[in-house]
Ligand binder design. Structure first.
Ligand SMILES: Nc1ncnc2c1ncn2[C@@H]1O[C@H](COP(=O)(O)OP(=O)(O)OP(=O)(O)O)[C@@H](O)[C@H]1O
Length: 311
């Protein structure tokens, strides 16, 4: 059996003549947590839906859990756990009834026992009779995770599972994800949160349908080759000029400071030169973080909106 839970090459999907997923290669080893990042509309959901057998790729080949993504989509669907971006359970059924319904869909043996285990695992026992529609975001998310674990999948595909969930619930969720990975379950999880990206073993960054970076957090930061300056003090009205300056790839506020990043040290210096003599400003070199890198990558990526697909 392959060491890779996900192993696909050249995965593509075309809508309206435009490649919204464009020759994506993705490999994730079993038991790893891979963060899937990228701006809105970059193709994360479409990729995930092709991986779990819900959408047929227009091009590409490979396997999920050793099953062929083109020919064995039906088996893949039964073996992966897919958590959709939008809450997809019946609001007028209780937590237990929803889980029981999912158990029936999967034709699970010992359904009652599986539901009991899932309730226990996700801390839902006390709320099992509560209607799903009356749950807060964090509890809905737990129900959704419990439901996609019910059939004991070896691969979890989680699409922005923590969107709109409070920090404590997000932390609990990530603790659970790590417990699952420790048991050998592979997780591909899309997120817009940088703190969640830092909790992943490896990351893939996609924009306009193309993978722009992959690796561990440290590798991605190193590959980007960014120089970053941190500016503290009043920058009244000068942010736009900085953003427009040649060589500046990213300008982003972090607490009381503003990070200015670029790959060309000389051009960056030229952009910062007018600020250096200004009183009240402190400008210091700093290390790049993931957000600096991602904003810089998107600044350099060509928009595919007008482009017609060439597959
Ligand atoms: N069924 C469809 N028909 C036409 N275009 C689609 C369809 N589904 C997705 N798209 C387009 O494909 C692109 C990628 O969408 P997708 O939902 O995969 O992005 P995403 O990275 O998941 O975005 P977000 O972070 O906002 O969830 C978008 O431009 C979207 O409008």
């Amino acid at each position: 059996m392959s060491d890779l839970a996900i192993d696909v090459r050249g995965l593509s999907k075309i809508y309206g003549g435009r490649a919204v997923v464009d020759k994506v290669d993705l490999q994730v080893r079993r038991g790893r947590i891979c963060g899937f990042l990228g701006p809105n509309g970059s193709g994360k959901t479409t990729t995930i839906r092709m991986l779990c057998g819900l959408l047929t790729p227009d091009a590409g080949e490979g396997q999920c859990l050793g099953l062929d993504i083109q020919r064995e989509a039906a088996q893949i669907k039964r073996q992966v756990g897919y958590m959709t971006q939008k809450f997809g359970y019946y609001e007028d059924l209780s937590i237990r009834e929803n889980l029981d319904f999912v158990g029936r869909l999967f034709e699970l043996p010992e359904r009652r026992q599986r539901v009991d285990e899932a309730l226990q695992r996700l801390g839902l026992v006390e709320r099992q009779q509560q209607l799903a529609g009356s749950l807060s975001g964090g509890w809905k998310q737990r129900l959704a995770l419990a439901a996609c674990l019910l059939h004991k999948p070896q691969l979890l595909l989680l699409d922005e599972p923590t969107a709109g969930v409070d920090p404590k619930a997000r932390r609990d969720f990530w603790d659970e994800i790590h417990r699952l990975a420790d048991q050998g379950i592979t997780v591909l999880v899309s997120t817009h949160y940088m703190d969640e990206a830092e909790r992943c073993h490896e990351l893939v960054y996609i924009a306009y349908g193309k993978v722009l970076a992959r690796g561990t957090e440290a590798q991605i930061i190193e590959q980007a080759g960014l120089h970053v300056w941190s500016i503290q003090g009043p920058l009244n009205g000068q942010i736009d000029a900085l953003k427009a300056a040649p060589g500046v790839l990213s300008v982003a506020a972090f607490g009381n400071s503003v990070h200015v990043a670029g790959q060309d040290a000389a051009l960056l210096e030229r952009a910062l030169a007018p600020l250096r003599p200004q009183p009240g400003l402190t400008i210091t070199a700093t290390d790049a973080n993931l957000e600096d890198v991602f904003i810089s990558l998107i600044a350099q990526a060509p928009d595919n909106f007008a482009a017609k697909a060439t597959i």
